[in-house]
Design a protein around this ligand. Structure first.
Ligand SMILES: [Fe+2]
Ligand SMILES: [Fe+2]
Length: 480
């Protein structure tokens, strides 16, 4: 076991324990599974198995190597959080570290060094040096992090080199671990979600669609030949091909939506619909189902971009367009076979319709308000239908299994009933019967949920079902 000794500052169970006390506790009670320990200001959960007390030296503690790695990992996560850039961790650094550790296993390299290199190679970016992060400054930051975690001088200098050479500014990678981290760094860019994020952020800024795409591929192709482990180069080629299709689809959908937008804006809702549905048919004809499934997010992204152009809660043409976008999105999701997506899009539709109905009512437009209100309920019922179809098809996995599906359906019917209450109260609607029916459906679904909850002996679920019954029953009684 790799061991290291360091000066640590521990707090234990909200009070500070001396190392001596902690050591006594750990040697005497091995039943304790996890300790919440603060090491140099960073919270760690340390399991007994990973921590052993060096009884020769009263005031020192030995941490296993996985622990040190964990400390560094948490420091880097926190640095990303402090910078407000969750993505830098999730979308890049964690990906590079994973790839590096995989490559280390494949090439028989030092996995701890490669993973550490992955964690720390872009530490400069967390210190506000996003674009031209200077690798030299970054090494000083890394040095401190590593020393605090208890790494020795040899490891520290090896990581410093990994950081310095990863961008080629201070010479190229030489050792196997240096080549692995540099390879992982470049390979991390050949990923669908990497480019999805760039597209979402409209990066690089100030460019148009064509220029952006060109920039992405130029960068990809330039980096390709810079992958230090030559055998790995060919592994990124299929992704490059897939990305080609991804961008094609993204810009195609975007272009059609731009056209549809002008139809929507001039009240030609039917023409807009036709345009989008023709595009979808064409996509389904031209591309493999497996491609469509993988590139689904690229097809949907333009809908999100479009809907964000229109502000909420107004009765004007903007909200009508927003509704149309959501409805179309729901249809696209359904055609792509993504029922989860279709369900959420229908909820977005009915929520937007809801504020639209209220806005019309406030403007004294009773008839329009009533019409829109009907659409609110239809959209909800459509969403419920998706859930009910899933139930009867015996494929409820998408919504975390049958019990949750029943619970979801109950909640949905309840929301329909609440819509009715609200609209009856302000005078838009006068149908108590439909309100009652919605409650009865909700109750029926909660009852199914209760049955399952009882058979699973799940106390939380049983409580939930009982509360629901207790709150709905009295409402139902007042109708009878
Ligand atoms: Fe970098
Ligand atoms: Fe990087």
């Amino acid at each position: 076991m790799n061991t290291v000794r360091g000066i640590f500052n521990y707090t234990f169970a909200n009070s500070t324990a001396t190392l001596h006390e902690l050591a006594g506790l750990m040697t005497s009670s091995h039943e304790l599974d996890n300790y919440e320990v603060v090491i140099n200001g960073y919270e760690q959960t340390v399991s007994t198995g990973l921590m052993a007390v060096n009884t020769d030296f009263e005031d020192s503690i030995i941490l296993s190597s996985s622990n040190r790695l964990e400390i560094v990992r948490n420091v880097v996560i926190k640095a990303c959080e402090d910078r407000g850039d969750q993505w830098l961790w999730e979308g890049h650094i964690a990906v590079v570290a994973d790839l590096a550790s995989g490559l280390a296993a494949k090439y028989g390299a030092n996995a701890e060094l490669a993973t550490l290199g992955g964690y720390l190679h872009d530490i400069g970016r967390t210190k506000g040096m996003m674009e031209q992060h200077d690798s030299f400054e970054a090494t000083m930051v890394a040095r401190k992090i590593l020393a605090d975690a208890g790494y020795d001088e040899l490891t520290i200098s090896q990581i410093e080199r990994i950081i310095l050479v990863h961008e080629g500014k201070y010479g190229g990678p030489i050792s196997l671990e240096e080549r692995i981290v540099s390879t992982a760094d470049i390979m991390s860019h050949y990923r669908l979600d990497f480019y999805l994020t760039l597209l979402r952020r409209k990066y690089p800024f100030g460019k148009n669609d064509e220029e952006r795409k060109e920039y992405y591929f130029r960068k990809m192709d330039k980096n390709y030949s810079l992958i230090p482990l030559e055998a790995e180069r060919k592994t990124v080629l299929p992704i490059r091909e897939l990305l080609q299709v991804a961008f094609e689809l993204y810009y195609r959908v975007k272009g059609v939506l731009d056209q549809a937008k002008t139809f929507w804006e001039t009240n030609q809702f039917h023409s807009a619909e036709q345009l989008v549905s023709r595009m979808l048919d064409e996509i389904k004809e031209r591309y493999l189902p497996s491609h469509i499934a993988q590139l689904h997010d690229f097809i949907i992204l333009p809908f999100g971009e479009l809907s964000s152009l229109y502000p909420d809660s107004s009765a004007d043409i903007m909200s009508a367009i927003k509704v149309a976008v959501f409805e179309t999105k729901a249809r696209v999701y359904r055609k792509l076979g993504d029922l989860h997506g279709a369900f959420s899009a229908l909820l977005e539709t009915s929520d937007t319709l809801h504020s639209r109905a209220i806005a019309f009512w406030k403007m004294g437009e009773g008839r329009r308000s009533r019409n829109v209100f009907k659409m609110v309920v239809w959209a909800r019922l459509d969403a419920i239908e998706i859930l009910e179809n899933l139930l009867s098809s015996g494929e409820p996995k998408e919504f975390e299994g049958t019990p949750n599906l029943y619970r979801r359906i109950g909640e949905m019917y309840e929301s329909v009933a609440e819509f009715f209450i609200e609209f009856v109260e302000i005078g838009i609607e006068n149908s108590y019967i439909r309100q009652l029916r919605a409650y009865e459906r909700a109750l029926a679904s909660y009852e199914k949920y209760t049955e399952i909850a009882n058979s699973l002996d799940d106390p939380e679920a049983i409580d939930f079902a009982r509360d629901k019954k207790a709150s709905i029953e009295p409402v139902r009684r007042t109708f009878n």
